[in-house]
Design a protein around this ligand. Structure first.
Ligand SMILES: Nc1ncnc2c1ncn2[C@@H]1O[C@H](COP(=O)(O)OP(=O)(O)OP(=O)(O)O)[C@@H](O)[C@H]1O
Ligand SMILES: [Mg+2]
Length: 297
């Protein structure tokens, strides 16, 4: 029997403020939001028709783990992931258990704070075309997925629709102000340096990652959204890492490899994933959680 999955939540007495590819966001009151991680999975920017058991639970708990671990470095929006401690209007919806994060509502800075320690994705594309990423000049002759001499900050706009656009630091500062820009850059690099070192000791390379920040009612800058999950980052296995070509993705490797065997044009609707691919993917998510935290979920 497959574990029960949640593809979408529709809670009549909570107001849905946003539905992303994976998470549903509800307004709880003037100062709190509920982030619900479903078991939806996307690949090649398409949401798959079937779900991955336990994925939402794993993502929720990986973020919570990092918020705690990063406490000495940054304030964050986490109130609790402990279902028992949530308000009754949340608890009465059993499908939310284990996949919900109650957070402080913030005014979100409309930028994506990306840090890259390795050369892949849009960073690799930009580098091939211009030799730089977001104004960071890089040495010539770097290979795909090569480790950079030091991590770089490569911000992007938060595009309401479509793809985020990489921007340089001048543009970044124009959007949120110079002082905040400096603060978010410094914090992002500090978090990445700490977390990537830690993950490496667990056998996971965090090649790059995206942070979001917001300002709370008291004016504090908080780390928000999900953090350092396989959905907001590129996780690679240290054991198989080899620059010069694309790396298998830690979590979605089996999904992508399966989809590549099909005659599918990567446009919606996406094809159904076979049970063995789904099971292998659940295992990968659980393994990521275990490697990082040292405990079983
Ligand atoms: N503490 C917070 N205060 C206010 N907004 C928040 C907070 N934490 C997260 N958010 C917002 O909640 C939303 C979560 O959306 P989500 O990431 O699921 O979808 P998306 O970003 O639209 O698309 P994608 O699925 O591609 O990530 C984001 O807009 C994020 O900025
Ligand atoms: Mg998002």
């Amino acid at each position: 029997m497959a574990a029960q999955t949640v593809s979408e939540t529709n809670l009549s007495d909570l107001s849905l403020v946003h539905r992303g590819k994976v998470r549903d966001v509800y307004n709880i009151d003037a100062s709190r939001l509920l982030l619900v991680a479903t078991d939806r999975i996307s690949a090649f920017d398409c949401v798959m028709p079937n779900q991955v058991p336990r994925k939402g639970e794993v993502l929720t708990n990986i973020s919570a783990f990092w918020f705690e671990k990063l406490n000495g470095i940054t304030k964050n929006h986490l109130i609790t992931v402990d279902f028992k401690q949530m308000p009754e209007k949340i608890r009465k919806n059993a499908e939310l258990r284990g996949r919900s994060t109650l957070v402080k509502k913030t005014e979100v800075f409309p930028v994506e704070c990306v840090v890259r320690g390795y050369l892949e994705g849009s960073g690799w594309k930009d580098y091939q075309q211009t030799g730089e990423i977001c104004g960071n000049k890089l040495p010539k002759g770097l290979k795909q997925c090569e480790k950079l001499l030091e991590p770089i900050f490569t911000p992007a706009t938060k595009a309401a629709s479509g793809h985020d656009e990489n921007i340089d630091e001048t543009k970044f500062a124009q959007i949120i102000g110079k002082e905040t820009a400096d603060q978010l850059k410094t914090k992002s690099l500090e978090i990445y340096e700490f977390a990537s070192k830690y993950a490496l000791s667990c056998g996971i390379i965090i090649a790059d990652t995206k942070f979001e920040f917001g300002r709370d009612n008291d004016g504090n800058v908080l780390l928000i959204d999900e953090v350092l999950t396989p959905d907001s980052s590129r996780f690679w296995s240290l054991g198989t890492y080899q620059p010069g070509h694309a790396q298998p993705s830690f979590d979605k490797q089996f999904v992508r490899e399966y989809l590549e065997t099909l005659d599918w044009n990567k446009l919606p609707p996406a094809p159904q994933l076979p049970a063995e691919i789904v099971e292998a993917t659940t295992s990968r998510y659980l393994e990521a959680y275990k490697l990082l935290t040292g405990t079983e979920l």
